[in-house]
Write a protein that binds this ligand. Structure first.
Ligand code: AMP
Ligand code: MG
Length: 488
């Protein structure tokens, strides 16, 4: 529910800046249904005033008035360096609807826009819209996207593009950066209000605990540790894991230059601007831990309300120290599920890591490989297993498959049963960059059909969907390395 802090520079009350001649680019009827917005047969709102509201041109639908839109202040660390005050530079919170915050991204300048124009371009809005819905369908906690509204309003990036407004929802958009902001200006009153608000609205289980702030900290850390394990297991790279892009609810937020892995490369960097690879795939867990350390620093004054400085530091350091184990446990559970293992054995980690290493060495497609692994027939010879042909080093994969089959036999795994369970966790369809890119290029020619089609496919990522087989395929060689950067 909405951020309620007022006073100081905590929020700015403001109206979105209108865009000329708004039109629908994309709309998620499934999000709309969750928000109880009545829809017509085409899956768009019956009440057409929603278009103007989601464009940022009006604050009133026939049934709802958003009377108090705001932007909030946050600070943060970008690429490992304290960057001071950052946002909300282009997001305006309209208000609450069905227990969700409804936020318009790209709705114009705010007090916190710094040098920015407050806008988002069509291309990045399409990527955020599709990816948030894809992640939700994959069972990964995420903000969700209701709509994209387009306009001819020109926006200058590397080239001249057009503006779009993406409406997104989450139970709360509170970030690590919000805590860092109030800690950095030593406004302990606001810091405490923020923590209390989070507990009251989103972590009610902390309410009756004596040491509630350390409990809150532990719970935020645990959620984010489990979140990053889910990213690793699905092959998702966030791209910009700055502390201002980390949710206090453990949600995936702020989709920018993200990427799903195609060919598996442990040190894959999806963000073209990330030259040092700080946010590479294999570093994400460690970086999330680092972001939790930023949160720990911001929590010190809260802990000092009830503890000495030394005690506060120790409590936070100990809690932070639990992150790797929580992450590791979640990672192992997820990868066991991916391999269809139903028991826990000592050398499972080794088995999983060996597979990842041979996949890395052969640059095998991450999603296809795990999906194909479900078809392993434990009673046939290894030479008959098709997926071995995807590996350059046949000996290595053959040896791994032999050990895997032994491991399955040791727990009397049944092929059909295991296949069903594995297909429920290893998706067939992910938002590959080349698919998003094709939808973007069509949208730039005013054809939005591919966005709607991708949404339909990605809403059921684990289903076979016979008519859409080509959407499961890895990119053709000329589309393997589409570059995505921070400019959006
Ligand atoms: P990001 O890298 O997208 O997470 O953005 C970092 C910060 O810059 C956030 O506070 C954004 O609100 C802000 N920002 C990004 N793009 C713009 C823009 N075009 N206009 C104003 N603020 C922006
Ligand atoms: Mg951001």
């Amino acid at each position: 529910m909405a951020f309620t802090l007022t006073g100081d520079d905590a929020i700015q009350e403001l109206q979105p800046s209108p865009i000329p001649e708004p039109y629908w680019v994309a709309f998620s009827s499934s999000v709309a249904k969750a928000l109880k917005i009545p829809l017509n047969n085409d899956g768009y709102p019956q009440d057409q005033t929603w278009l103007n509201v989601l464009a940022g041109n009006s604050l009133e639908t026939q049934s709802q008035k958003f009377s108090n839109p705001i932007s909030t202040v946050y600070s943060g660390h970008q690429f490992g360096v304290w960057a001071g005050q950052l946002g909300d530079g282009r997001a305006i919170l309209l208000g609450d609807i069905a227990d969700q915050e409804l936020q318009l991204k790209g709705a114009g300048k705010t007090r916190y826009s710094r040098m920015g124009d407050g806008r988002a371009v069509l291309r990045s809005s399409i990527r955020e819209f599709l990816c948030s819905e894809a992640m939700h369908a994959l069972g990964i906690p995420s903000s969700r996207a209701l709509s994209i509204v387009g306009s001819k309003l020109p926006v200058l990036r590397e080239t001249l593009e057009t503006a779009a407004v993406c409406a997104r929802i989450a139970p709360s958009f509170i970030r690590v950066g919000h805590f860092e902001h109030f800690a950095s200006i030593q406004n302990i009153v606001r810091l405490k209000e923020l923590a209390d608000l989070l507990i009251e609205q989103h972590y009610p289980e902390c309410r009756n605990i004596k040491d509630l702030y350390i409990d809150l900290f532990q719970k935020i850390c645990a959620r984010n540790a489990k979140l990053v394990a889910q990213w690793q297991a699905i092959g998702f790279c966030h791209g910009v894991l700055n502390s201002d892009n980390i949710s206090a609810l453990g949600l995936t937020i702020d989709y920018g230059p993200f990427g799903f892995l195609d060919q598996f490369q442990m040190d894959h960097i999806c963000n073209h601007s990330d030259q040092g690879g700080r946010y590479a795939y294999h570093r994400q867990p460690q970086i999330m831990h680092w972001n939790m350390a930023c949160l720990a620093s911001a929590f010190i004054p809260l802990l000092e309300l009830d503890h000495s400085e030394e005690e506060a530091q120790k409590l936070l350091t100990d809690a932070l120290g639990e992150f790797p184990a929580i992450y590791g446990q979640a990672w192992q559970t997820l990868f066991r599920q991916k391999l269809g293992l139903s028991t826990v054995q000592d050398d499972d980690i080794q088995l999983i890591e060996r597979l990842l290493q041979v996949m890395h060495d052969s640059r095998v497609d991450f999603t296809t490989l795990f999906r194909d692994l479900a078809n392993v027939n434990t009673s046939k010879p290894i030479s008959a297993i098709k997926l071995r042909n995807d590996f350059l080093d046949r000996d290595a994969i053959d040896q791994w498959l032999a050990d895997y089959i032994d491991r399955l036999k040791a727990e009397s795994s049944l092929d059909a049963d295991r296949r069903q369970k594995m297909n429920a966790v290893n998706p067939k369809y992910i938002l590959r960059n080349h698919l998003a890119q094709a939808a973007i290029e069509m949208a730039q020619r005013q054809d939005f059909s591919e966005i709607a089609k991708l949404l339909t496919i990605l809403e059921r990522p684990f289903d076979e969907q016979e008519q859409y087989q080509e959407y499961a395929a890895p990119p053709p060689p000329d589309l393997e390395s589409i570059e995505v950067s921070c400019s959006s």
